[in-house]
Design a protein around this ligand. Structure first.
Ligand code: NAD
Length: 514
């Protein structure tokens, strides 16, 4: 059976809260036919959206920003109902989404402005050169379950700001926040350039089949299939995939801050973040002290099914399958000699897995090689900075990394040796909150980037080159037909004069040697 056949033969998806199994809602399973119809409607609406320009679109994006903030509590309720997140994690998604709407609304006009590059040669100064950025008509956005609202803003708002229409496919596990986002877009009366489509892999494949450009966030395995499907259609895609982010703790670090920061960077959202800290390398002189401090931090975390009263730090895993991966990684580590210093088991309720620290870990264990995407922090002792860098780079992933040190120059030197798209010094996840920076996974962690200032919006555009004469034109250009030896020698001689270095080459007219 192929993946595309894997969806159960139902007409709708029942969404459950993974914390207690209660039903949170349901969405239809869109057939490829339905997806194609939605894409056609987007194609009809998109030219007007493009034609209104960045300033016109800004008005709608800022209105949507207001809608998100006005509905923040309700959105946090929906987020919790489909993910089992703690309130603090759920409550951050609406304001961060609003911040992204604000960023793209206010900056897209400048990023998309026509450019007039200087001519590369004096001969070309006779033309006025213009680069125009024209959006792909329909951008397909396929997203996972870890940040059901924020992922739309992280990767989709820039497409709308660029003037594209967006065909949005949320994860089958958490589609309800996307339903809310689409409802908001309709409720504010915005043009119909956002269409929601729900379903499993087959629906995702139909999104690719009907889009002109795709952004995908999710697993590396699915990302590879998406890249192949886009290649078949010769459409571009950007991929934001899995990670196995290392943290390097140097002996001169503030160990209290490092332990608190790594506990948060590893356990935030139950570790279900592409940029979660998933492996920790600590210089030998401070290893025992660091493990004790990290164990203290993690063992104090409060875990449970939260409500709107902000009572817990760590929530449920998104799916039973995800919880089972965590269990497999912990069991493998223990069987091969690792020591659990806190946590280590599913709690037995819903999909919760205890926040876990593993000590005496070696680099061959599954928890160090494969993406866990859960609340575990394996900690490895290393001899020195060089060994830490070598092991940190020994991974197929290269999303991001952290370095903890009392010497910022040293931190930056280490950062520049790491094979990762982002490195945060003495902090975790902070590049993700800085929208002007690229977030671009290296190696198996992705292709292209999300955010990144102008790049974040230009990736949804096709550059168009326009030339126009600056001077009154002749009936014919020198190089036009009919060809002749004399015209050819003049034309080639002029170009040679502009391109050549040194009098000997510049002065030698083609044909003179014969
Ligand atoms: P996934 O890659 O299986 O699915 C992501 C999205 O792709 C979903 O919307 C899904 O319906 C869609 N999809 C699945 N097959 C498709 C296909 N053949 N064509 C088009 N679309 C398709 O990811 P997931 O199930 O949401 O999570 C599984 C794993 O992904 C996790 O265990 C974790 O390792 C990783 N993950 C990474 C991130 C990240 O931000 N990088 C986020 C969540 C999950």
């Amino acid at each position: 059976m192929t993946d595309l056949q894997a969806a159960p033969a139902l007409s709708e998806i029942t969404v459950r809260n993974p914390a207690d199994g209660s039903v949170a809602g349901s969405v239809p399973i869109d057939s490829p036919h339905t997806v194609a119809a939605k894409a056609r409607a987007l194609r009809d609406a998109q030219p007007e959206w493009e034609a209104m320009g960045a300033d016109g679109r800004k008005t709608w994006l800022l209105t949507m920003q207001d809608w998100i903030l006005d509905n923040a509590d309700h959105l946090a309720d929906v987020l919790q109902s489909e993910t089992g997140k703690p309130r603090t994690d759920a409550a951050m998604e609406p304001p961060l989404s609003a911040d992204l709407l604000d960023y793209w609304a206010r900056h897209a006009g400048r990023f998309l402005a026509d450019r007039h590059p200087a001519a590369h040669s004096p001969l070309m100064k006779v033309k006025r050169l213009t680069t125009v950025y024209r959006p792909f008509p329909v951008v397909g956005l396929i997203i996972p379950w870890n940040f059901p609202l924020l992922n739309i803003a992280l990767d989709g708002v820039a497409a709308l700001a660029a003037g594209a229409a967006m065909l949005l496919k949320p994860s089958e596990v958490t589609p309800l926040s996307a339903v809310e986002f689409a409802r908001g877009w309709t409720e504010i009366g915005a043009p119909p350039v956002l269409a929601l489509t729900t379903g499993y892999a087959e629906t995702g494949a139909a999104v690719i089949a009907n889009s002109d450009c795709v952004h995908f966030t999710g697993s590396t395995a699915t990302g590879r299939k998406v890249a192949v499907a886009c290649a078949e259609r010769l459409i571009p895609c950007t991929l934001e995939l899995g990670g196995k982010d290392p943290a390097i703790v140097l002996a001169d670090a503030d160990l209290d801050r490092a332990a608190a920061g790594i506990a948060w960077g590893g356990m935030f959202n139950s570790g279900q973040v592409c940029v979660s800290i998933e492996r920790v390398y600590v210089e030998a002189p401070v290893y025992d002290e660091f493990v004790a401090k990290l164990t203290g931090e993690v063992s104090r975390l409060r875990q449970g099914q939260d409500d709107a009263r902000y009572r817990f730090d760590v929530g449920a895993m998104a799916t039973p399958a995800q919880r089972d991966i965590v269990g497999r990684h912990v069991d493998d580590a223990v069987a091969r000699g690792a020591r659990i210093t806190t946590g280590g088991r599913p709690t037995g309720v819903g999909t919760f897995f205890e926040p876990t620290v593993l000590a005496d870990v070696d680099h061959s264990m599954t928890c160090m090689r494969e993406e866990t995407f859960g609340p575990t922090l394996p900690v490895v002792k290393v001899a020195d900075e060089d060994e830490a860098v070598r092991l940190a780079n020994d991974s197929p992933y290269g999303l991001s990394a952290t370095v903890w040190t009392g010497d910022l120059d040293r931190g930056e030197r280490v950062a520049r040796r790491l094979e990762a798209g982002a490195v945060n010094i003495n902090d975790a996840l902070s590049n993700g909150f800085n929208f002007a920076l690229p977030m671009a996974g290296w190696k198996h962690s992705g292709i292209g980037s999300r955010q990144g200032g102008a790049e974040g919006v230009l990736k949804y555009c096709r550059p168009q080159a326009i030339t126009a004469p600056r001077l009154p034109t002749q009936k014919r250009e020198l190089l036009w037909f009919p060809y002749s030896r004399r015209k050819s020698r003049i034309a080639a001689g002029i170009v040679r004069a502009a391109a050549g270095r040194g009098w000997r080459r510049v002065g030698r007219t083609p044909g003179n040697s014969r």
